[in-house]
Design a protein around this ligand. Structure first.
Ligand SMILES: Nc1nc2c(ncn2[C@@H]2O[C@H](COP(=O)(O)OP(=O)(O)OP(=O)(O)O)[C@@H](O)[C@H]2O)c(=O)[nH]1
Ligand SMILES: [Mg+2]
Length: 402
């Protein structure tokens, strides 16, 4: 049994320690797909009919639309594995049909959280809300007296769909820290849990439910390892998913972490600093997100010595940095909104985490709202009625004009 576990473990390291990401964007079957390159072309415009001054119909356009029912880009790929999308052509103008009908638009439905970019990496649009849409290829103009009655070609280009999960909270931790165990204790999800690293190889979203029906989503991401920011391990591939979450929940094993016997053992305090450092090296901005530190597996620390030690050191940062080697020092320290101890296997201690997450999310939501309000970006909640009345008045006066 031991050997089997060990083999899986080494296989995992070999597979996931690749220095460069595979070039092909062709997704493997049954895997979570969070990036997909597609080729889009608007429909050509119909030909005009010069003799009668007739105009051809405009070609249809291709647009991308967010649909909350779609969970990942694999669904998009499976619907059209060739990844080519061509909208309908506009109808030609004819003797008995002077104005050709426009071609039908083509809609590509994608999950929420997709950012659409062109071949040069320039952003075309972010689709974060259900029903949001963006045109990716315009249809060609129909032929008319303005263009010598020649229908124009539709726009053609390749477009990258890049999915960044939208969840309220994301779990950040080294492999085997107990992230999936925490997720299963917090939500009704049952992710795979096992005693070897890299058990979770795809992001997984669970929903925490509160007695008053409030729901908070939480993303379990594959574990990070040292060097994740330069593609080591597999966490790097998923670091981008942290960017759109509102709160980070660090899960740290109180016994620290050791990838395997050839690597050094890291204490829980070193692990906290290393996670801080990996996030910083990936994108300093993620350090501005509210974060909670959960020290896990305290049932294995009977005399509470390790727990007391790490809490004291985290609270005494930055002075406590001098207790560890400079290689662990981040440039910028993350500020934790709260430190908790738990045993993810014990549902009661996880309840506290659940409550704190809600409190912190609500606090930061309210804070952000007030800042926007002060900057005049949104009307205060109580003046929303006024906004609606103004809109209605505008519409009424418009309809009177018609
Ligand atoms: N004793 C004890 N063991 C725990 C606790 N939480 C998790 N474990 C065990 O730790 C191991 C790893 O747990 P996982 O939840 O799979 O860890 P993970 O962080 O999701 O790991 P990866 O998916 O590999 O990144 C499993 O054997 C769990 O049963 C805890 O509070 N106490
Ligand atoms: Mg896991």
């Amino acid at each position: 049994m031991m050997n089997v576990t060990k083999n899986i473990f080494f296989l995992a390291i070999r597979n996931y320690s690749t220095k460069t990401a595979p070039k092909s964007t062709k997704p493997r079957k049954y895997t979570f797909v969070d990036s997909l390159r597609i080729h889009v072309r608007g429909g050509a415009g119909g030909q005009g009919y010069q003799k009668f001054g007739g105009s051809g119909g405009d070609g249809g356009c291709v647009y991308v639309k967010a649909n909350k029912e779609i969970r990942n880009l694999r669904t998009v790929y499976e619907k059209n594995p060739k990844k080519r999308y061509v909208a309908e052509v506009g109808q030609d103008s004819r003797k008995h049909w002077i104005l050709g009908n426009p071609g039908e638009d083509l809609c590509i439905e994608v999950p929420l959280g997709v950012s659409v970019r062109d071949q040069d990496g320039v952003e075309i649009g972010d689709l974060d809300e259900d029903g949001q849409e963006v045109i990716v290829a315009e249809g060609g103009r129909g032929g008319s007296n303005q263009n010598s009655f020649l229908g124009q070609r539709g726009e053609a280009r390749s477009v990258l769909l890049d999915l960044k999960l939208i969840a309220d909270v994301s779990l950040v931790g080294f492999p085997n820290a107990g992230k999936s165990t925490t997720l299963s204790a917090l939500s009704r999800t049952s992710p795979k849990i096992a005693s070897y690293p890299f058990t979770t190889i795809q992001p997984y979203i669970g929903t925490m439910e509160y007695p008053d029906t409030r729901q908070i989503t939480i993303a379990d991401l594959p574990g990070l390892i040292e060097g994740a920011h330069i593609n080591k391990g597999m966490g790097h591939k998923f670091l981008k998913h942290i960017e759109r979450t509102k709160l980070l929940l660090f899960i740290v094993d109180i016994n620290g972490f050791q990838l395997h016997s050839r690597y050094s053992h890291r204490t829980a305090f070193e692990t906290v600093l290393l996670l801080n450092k990996e996030l910083e090296l990936y994108n300093t901005e993620v350090l501005d997100k509210p974060a909670i530190l959960a020290l896990n597996k305290i049932d294995l620390d009977e005399d509470k010595e390790k727990t007391t030690d790490v809490i004291m050191k985290v609270k005494k940062l930055p002075e406590s940095l001098n207790t560890v080697d400079p290689e662990f020092h981040p440039e910028r320290l993350i500020k934790f909104d709260g430190i908790l101890t738990m045993s993810a296997k014990n549902a009661d201690s996880v309840e506290m985490v659940k409550e704190l997450i809600r409190k912190r999310l609500d606090y930061h939501h309210e804070k952000a709202r007030r800042i926007r309000e002060q900057q005049g970006l949104v009307l205060p909640e109580h003046s929303k009625g006024l906004q609606d009345r103004l809109r209605l008045k505008n519409e009424q006066s418009k309809s009177r004009l018609l």
